[in-house]
Write a protein that binds this ligand. Sequence first.
Ligand SMILES: CCCCCCCCCCCCCCCC(=O)SCCNC(=O)CCNC(=O)[C@H](O)C(C)(C)COP(=O)(O)OP(=O)(O)OC[C@H]1O[C@@H](n2cnc3c(N)ncnc32)[C@H](O)[C@@H]1OP(=O)(O)O
Length: 291
Amino acid sequence: MLLCCRACRTMFSRLWGRGVRLLSAPEATAATAFQSPTPLPPTWNPDNRQDHTIPFPFSGASGMRAVMVEVIPLNIRPFTMAPWLFSSSQPRDYSLPNSSWSSEMQKLYEHYNNMCEVDTEGGNKVKGAWRRLPSYNSCLEYVTGGQGGSKVLQQEARLFTRNIEEQGAGFEYVVFMKKHEKTCICVFQPGHLLEGPPGYVHGGAIATMIDSVTGTHATYLSGLIMTANLTINYRSPIPLGSVVLVHSSLDKVEGRKAFISCQVTSSDGSKLHTEATGLFLKVDVRHLLGA
Ligand SMILES: CCCCCCCCCCCCCCCC(=O)SCCNC(=O)CCNC(=O)[C@H](O)C(C)(C)COP(=O)(O)OP(=O)(O)OC[C@H]1O[C@@H](n2cnc3c(N)ncnc32)[C@H](O)[C@@H]1OP(=O)(O)O
């Protein structure tokens, strides 16, 4: 596969780490000569690749150019060391701890994470009442094929809460779901880029987190949803850099509608910062694509 256009590049970034690796120019030449029944375009030349190369999309690889990729069946994928961001076999899960997390954020994470698995008398671990939800920098990570899915794949969809490069500067958060009680809790540490009033979090950033947590909750319960209505009451300002809890609970489901309420509190629950109610409507993938 030649990375010669935007669609190729998007597809490559989606596939990277899933059995796909970049070929060096000699490898690419050899692979084309021995394996591909389709000759390379006449303009392609490993020594002069201007016509069919593109800047590599990931940060940390500036100046690097991708020429050709090889798809390797996952079960025989060799070990390769990738020099850029998505170097593991899975896309980065942003809900895992990083060095920007304060000790309070880390402590709360461990508190809820420990309840995701419990020790049995026999010393085994079994699933607990809670579940940590992974979080990626693109909603595409949740798309599972189908005609709609592949159409979505052609776009470079990004989840903006997870696309601020500097760790700790924007939205640091992790969502835990308590499935049987239909509640969700999010541990949220707002960074300096979310400043509104001096020293406090911007109301729009708080609304973003409420929409993200309640929207994730509704998605988990109902599948593909869109926010139809969000009503927010701001009760007390949230200091930048503090750690707060976003509680989400399902009030009722009526057909396609899920009614969810939400409270943002201090980490010990003693102070109420924000209250909200949301209405989420289950939608068809065609609705998202504007069909
Ligand atoms: C392991 C698993 C992990 C899961 C991991 C998930 C990962 C994911 C993470 C990201 C999570 C981020 C989540 C963000 C979610 C957004 O922020 S979405 C973006 C913001 N929202 C929008 O842009 C929506 C724009 N609006 C629309 O597209 C359409 O108006 C809607 C909301 C889809 C509704 O349109 P529709 O489907 O045609 O519905 P319609 O027939 O008009 O109305 C149906 C019913 O709803 C009622 N209704 C419609 N709108 C309203 C309203 N605003 N107020 C009250 N009632 C209403 C109608 O009255 C009607 O009621 P009934 O007559 O049936 O009783």
